[in-house]
Structures are given as C-alpha cells and as structure tokens.
Design a protein around this ligand. Structure first.
Ligand code: MRU
Length: 337
C-alpha cells in the first residue's frame, strides 16, 4: 500500500520487533506501533491496533518469532496468542505455521527458522491477496457500483486486501467504479479505515450508514457486494463482521450478486458448518461510546457480537487466490487443513 507515496505493509518484522500501522488512530494520524514481546502482541490484537483476519494471522506468526527470540515456551506463547480473538481462522494458521515449521529444528537454528517461516507466511499472504484481486476483478464491470462492509482492504491483510483487492485491480484496469462503504458500527472500520484506503487509492466512494445498504439495493443502485470473512466453514457458511448476514439476505432478495473474498488460510475445513464457528463477544462499552463520548443513557445495557454467520445459500461466489468457486465446491478444492 502507498501512504504519502511510500510503500508500507500493515505489519512487518524489523530488528527484533514487530512493526505495524496503528489502526486505532487512523484516519487522522498515521503512526507505527512497535511490539517487543508476546504480551505486546496479545494486547495489540485484542485492542485492535491490528485487525482483519489475514493481518492478525501474520501478526500471530511474527508473535511466535518474538516468543522464540525471548526464550518463551513456544506452546505457552501460542496458547496466549490463540486466546486473543476466537473467530479469525487465519490467526490459528499463522501461529501453527511457525510452530510446525520449527518443530524439528535444532536450537542453534531456531530463531532463524522461526523468522524465515513467519516471513514466508506473510509473503505468501501478500501474493494470495494479489491473486484474489486478479480473479475478483473479473466480476466487476466498467461503471459498476460495489458495496462493501467493514474493512477488508490492505489494512486487514499484510497488503492488497481481500474484498478491496478486486476493486483495486479493477481500478488498475481502468474500469470506472464507485464504492458504497457502510460505517460499520460499533468500531467504524468502514468510515475510518476503508474510506481512508479508498482515498489513498483515488477511488470514488460514498460512506453510507449501516442501515442504508438495503435501501440502495432495493433501488438497484448497487450492482454487486464484496465482503471479506473471518472464517469459512467446510460447507461455505462464513463468519464476517456483524451486519454481513442481513446484507447478504437483502442482496439475494434483490437479485444482487454477493461475493466473499478470502485467502485459503481463512477456510476451516474441520468446521462442518457456520453454526459451529465461535463468535467473539466484545465489550459493551464499544456500543455505549463513540470515541470518548457516551451516547447511551447511563445504566442502559448493550450487547456487542463482533461477527455474524451468513449461510452459504446467500453467496454467489467465493473469490480465492485460486479462482472463484461456488460455496459447495470449496471443500473439494481446498481439502487439506
Ligand atoms: O473486527 P475486525 O475489524 O477484525 O473484523 C474484520 C472483518 O470482519 C473483515 O471483514 C475480515 O477480517 C476479513 S479481512 C480481509
């Protein structure tokens, strides 16, 4: 991604530290955060300095490198990191990839092997997201208006994005496109992050309220919708940011194609269907407060599920690094853990 003309990844490893773009202060400040140990990494993931499934997957992989550099017990460190966010499948992939890669390595090579594995994982993720863009751009036609939800762009990945990657590829193909970005309460990833990315990429867009997507779909102002996912079950049901389910239902009602864009690290072949995906419940204060200001009456209670599950029957196609598949094709194409 280019920020003020300079190329950045969302997360990277430099001089025994993890560095990452601090997503808590965007869009008004651009700041790099440094993490020095596993506790820093766990806090950055839970507080959402870094968020988005593939980005936290790479952070988990780099977190394992820090654990090994500091001489922590790798299994214990993996447990801590796995406990940070329960829904995103990529997190478990990133951690397990490093653990598996160093399993039979002797002590003198351990640090080097761990860093190599984490770098390989992050580089693979970048290439996968780039391919998602190339495949996904085929469903975007010149003149289309595309809706998206939350942030599944470069900030949610190491680079390129998932749902936004086809949009960036379509722009490079000189297709004239517009994007409708919903705000994404309560954390406002759409309003704060997706809009900032699209401005950086020079892509025309409107921010709409979360409840306006159905209205624009019913007026046929939206041509297609592309979202990301935190976990896709074997049958193609998927978990994504809260509010995705209702948008998919309204899209189907109005005959609007609805795509999910994911790297294969988001697929959980061991989970049979969406009802088995654990859904993260976050602090109710994320609903009560916008920034420092309380918007609800004191004493009121709130519920705050971070994700919902959309059944596969609402999905037109799943855009992956290997092409676009129907949900029912997924388990055959990606059969291994
Ligand atoms: O709670 P977040 O901001 O981590 O949720 C992010 C999403 O729901 C994204 O759509 C998903 O992780 C896919 S990111 C490429």
């Amino acid at each position: 991604m280019l920020v003020n003309g300079k190329h950045y990844r969302t997360v990277w490893f430099e001089k025994d530290k993890i560095k990452m773009i601090n997503q808590l202060v965007l869009p008004h400040k651009f700041e790099i955060t440094e993490l020095k140990n596993v506790s820093d990494v766990a806090l950055a993931i839970t507080s959402m300095v870094v968020r988005g499934a593939p980005a936290i997957g790479a952070t988990g992989a780099y977190g394992m490198v820090l654990a090994i550099l500091k001489g922590d017990n790798p299994e214990k460190a993996a447990e801590v990191l796995r406990g940070t966010r329960p829904t995103a499948q990529d997190l478990f992939h990133g951690i397990d990839y490093v653990l598996e890669s160093v399993k039979n390595t002797d002590d003198s090579q351990l640090k080097h092997a761990a860093l190599k594995a984490a770098e390989d994982y992050a580089n693979w993720s970048v290439e996968a997201c780039k391919s998602i863009g190339e495949h996904g751009s085929q469903v975007i036609k010149d003149g289309n208006i595309i809706a998206t939800h939350c942030n599944a762009g470069w900030l949610a990945t190491v680079d390129w994005g998932t749902a936004l990657s086809p949009i960036y590829a379509a722009k490079r193909q000189d297709k004239k496109i517009e994007v409708y970005v919903d705000e994404t309460r309560p954390r406002l990833q759409g309003a704060n992050l997706t809009s900032w990315e699209l401005l950086n990429e020079g892509i025309p867009h409107y921010i709409i309220t979360d409840n306006a997507t159905g209205y624009y779909m019913s007026k046929r102002e939206i041509d297609l919708m592309i979202v990301g996912a935190d976990r896709v079950a074997r049958n193609g049901d998927f978990a994504n940011k809260i509010g995705t389910y209702e948008k998919a239902v309204v899209a189907k009602e109005n005959g609007i194609p609805f795509y999910v864009a994911i790297p294969s690290t988001t697929i959980d072949v061991l989970t049979e269907n969406g009802s088995k995906i654990p859904i993260e419940e976050r602090d109710e204060n994320e609903v009560h407060f916008i920034g420092k200001e309380r918007i609800t009456p004191r004493g009121a209670r709130a519920k705050n599920p971070a994700f919902d599950v959309t059944p596969a029957k609402f999905v037109t196609g799943i855009i992956t690094e290997r092409g676009i598949f129907r949900p029912e094709e997924l388990s055959k194409v990606f059969s291994k853990k």
